[in-house]
Design a protein. Structure first.
Lengths: 479, 220
């Protein structure tokens, strides 16, 4: 097989995982981790310029190309962040060298699994990749081996596996629907074939399949009421993994749902998947917005904020149409960048304060001005205030929804406002007021978080026409 | 397809549902483990029969995996874990036997109604297999809900996966990729679970999930 960039996106993390599993020594492996994610990012970026024709197993088109670039970019910045984060964990003794070795290998396996899930052309292969990603994150969430970490990992494992099992049942049903039309064999599981022939599938079978897929992959997206694993998994695992979970893995599951939604859209007699996604999306948004008020743990707070934003994104894609899809894509990108930046800041804050309890940290802008203001900037961005990127996407979403379904728009605005108020309430006690907790100097890597926030700010002020055209093109694909 | 082929396939798939019911009310871990081994054994027979009537030799591999891993290796290993942890006492249940059985019957009825209605285009064997498979999946879910013990939940999850294998083999000509992956994921899942059980034991001296629930992050 000749080397091309698509195999590179898969091969580099796979080789790096094997190397990292074999290499002892934190300094070398952490740098190797960064080098591998850099190379993967370069391969992913080159997909913009040249991409091979879709094969039986792999496929790169405009839709998943966008996701792959986002995934590898955040994967890269998170590996830079994890360099200083894991170093600190080693110093304080929360992690021992064997666990750090395991962590780095798993990080690359996770990157491999997510990239494979995105570029798989086969619904079975995609399922396997998402299962692999789930298992690796389960192991990472439990890595601290505390009571809470084990409980979180167990809960995530059980709920995630049930979700994944339901998704497999849905996948089998899709094959059953495709078989009479396409015939037996691999072709009946290929995206490129399925999408062209879905019009002739049995609509009743497609409907049932989509319900299972929505419940299954919806669990992985973290949509309410299937979200129970998400706050625990985010709060108890290492912070780089919280950033990757929120910023990337939720997107990957959503991508799977979007592909199946496109499949149903081709079949005129099948049910419209939009209203289902709109309902689950709004439910998650409003539920998570209220849950934000009672959070006492800083990572849990931002985990609920992720549920809220995944709800908004699912809502946007459920509404469909060029403007809502555009807003959904933009929101997804901005949320990934902002939320991972917030988790970078939160990770360092929790390290210097030695706790994740909101009550034990305060006056952060006085004790650690850079971290404090980075967190403030991040929360301002995630709350959707102008001129940052999330304001743009939320504004587009709200205005386009008001034109089509005013009642739904009211719920959307209500949910967003409730969430914003809760976030600022909590931010106020963390960032301002009497300084509480340790004021030791932070050994933080500021570059990844400020790079993300700068991108979000830039997108809010000026979007290059090329990027707009690209997103419009992808939004058109989504129908 | 001859009448007898259909009948045997039907019998095997039906027995799987029946054994799922047997699993529901076992209140001792050893008994539960033995019933699960029987579940896997019937699954292996069912898959092998499908391989024979569909003339699909690759399915024999799936049957062999089900036989060796699920019917022999995993029960034996879990048996050892139970002995080592010293938890071969009675299983406490969240709901009673009667309620669980009634709920199970409701779930089987539900899956019949749903699957038979939407698949009238498919061939009769695939239809029935799918309906039985969904029943096994839902009964596995029910078992995970009604068990508080971590080992019980794991067995519930594995019988749920058995239902998925039944569905995958019933779908004629489904590529091997998925079947092997199912077997593989069970294997991986099992290793994960094994590690977890030991870690849970290390930390809590119990595998009762309700005790773990006391350490919820919120209440720190």
């Amino acid at each position: 097989m000749t080397f091309d960039t698509v195999t590179g996106v898969l091969l580099i993390p796979a080789i790096a995982a094997a190397l990292l599993a074999a290499l002892p020594g934190y300094r070398i492996s952490a740098r190797l981790n960064v080098a591998a994610t850099t190379l993967t990012l370069i391969c992913a970026l080159s997909l913009f310029f040249s991409r091979p024709a879709p094969g039986v197993y792999l496929l790169v088109d405009d839709l998943n190309g966008t996701f792959v670039v986002l995934t590898t970019f955040v994967g890269f910045t998170t590996s830079v962040f994890s360099l200083s984060y894991i170093g600190h964990e080693l110093e304080t003794g929360r992690l021992t060298p064997p666990f750090v070795r395991f962590y780095h290998a798993m990080y690359q396996v996770l990157m491999f699994a997510m990239n494979l899930a995105l570029i798989a052309n086969n619904i079975g292969l995609m399922w396997v990749a998402i299962e692999l990603a789930t298992l690796t994150t389960v192991l990472m969430v439990g890595i601290y081996r505390t009571h809470e970490a084990l409980e979180a990992a167990w809960k995530y494992f059980i709920l995630g596996s049930v979700g994944i099992a339901l998704a497999l049942f849905g996948t089998i049903l899709i094959y059953m629907a495709a078989r009479p039309v396409i015939g037996e064999g691999l072709a009946a599981m290929e995206w490129t074939v399925l999408v062209t022939r879905a019009g002739a599938f049995d609509p009743a079978l497609l409907n049932v399949a989509f319900v299972f897929l929505l419940l299954g992959y919806g669990t992985k997206v973290g949509l309410a009421p299937l979200h129970a694993w998400l706050p625990d998994a985010h709060a108890e695992g290492p912070t780089p993994i919280s950033a990757v979970l929120s910023g990337l893995l939720l997107n990957v599951a959503l991508y799977a749902l979007l592909r199946f939604k496109m499949l149903l859209a081709v079949n005129a007699a099948a049910l419209a998947p939009g209203p289902l996604m709109v309902t689950l999306g709004l439910l998650s948004l409003v539920f998570a917005a209220f849950m934000l008020y009672r959070r006492r743990d800083i990572k849990r707070l931002f985990a609920y904020s992720s549920i809220e934003h995944m709800g908004i994104i699912a809502f946007a894609f459920g509404m469909g149409g060029p403007i809502a899809n555009f807003a959904g894509l933009l929101h997804m990108t901005m949320h990934s960048l902002t939320k991972s930046a917030i988790f970078f800041a939160v990770g360092h804050i929790a390290q210097v304060k030695g706790t994740q309890r909101i009550a034990d940290m305060g006056g952060l802008t006085e004790t650690h001005p850079v971290l404090g203001w980075a967190l403030i900037l991040g929360v301002v961005a995630i709350a959707g205030l102008p001129p940052l990127g999330i304001f743009m996407s939320e504004f587009l979403m709200v205005t386009s929804t008001f034109a089509r379904a005013p009642l739904l728009a009211l719920v959307l605005v209500f949910g967003i406002l409730v969430g914003v108020a809760a976030l600022f309430l909590r931010l106020n006690s963390i960032a301002f007021g009497e300084p509480r907790g340790s004021s030791a100097k932070a050994q933080a890597s500021y570059v990844p978080m400020f790079a993300h926030l700068a991108l979000v700010l830039a997108a809010g002020i000026y979007m290059p026409p090329a990027l707009v055209a690209w997103f419009q093109n992808v939004a058109g694909l989504l129908g | 397809m001859s009448r007898i082929d259909f009948d045997i396939a039907h019998l095997l798939a039906g027995s799987l549902v029946l054994i799922s019911f047997l699993e529901l009310y076992q209140d001792r871990l050893y008994a539960l483990l033995n019933v699960f081994a029987a579940h896997a054994l019937v699954l292996a027979a069912s898959v092998a029969w499908q391989a024979f009537i569909q003339d699909a030799p690759h399915l024999y591999v799936t049957a062999a995996i089900a036989l060796t891993f699920k019917a022999i290796v995993i029960p034996v290993a879990l048996h050892r874990i139970i002995v080592r942890l010293g938890i071969h006492r009675e299983i406490e249940k969240v709901v009673g036997v009667g309620a669980a059985m009634l709920a199970g019957m409701g779930l089987v009825a539900l899956s019949m109604v749903v699957m038979l209605r939407v698949t009238h285009g498919a061939d009769p064997l695939a239809r029935e297999d799918l309906a039985f498979a969904l029943s096994v999946v839902l009964l596995g879910l029910l078992m995970m809900v009604t068990r508080r013990n971590a080992v019980g939940q794991v067995i519930g999850f594995m019988s749920l996966e058995n239902g998925l294998v039944l569905a995958a083999t019933g779908a004629r000509g489904m590529p091997l990729v998925v079947e092997i992956s199912v077997a593989f994921s069970v294997l991986i899942a099992f290793i994960v679970i094994g590690i977890f059980l030991f870690r849970i034991r290390e930390r809590f001296d119990t595998v009762d999930v309700q005790v773990i629930d006391r350490f919820r992050g919120e209440r720190r």
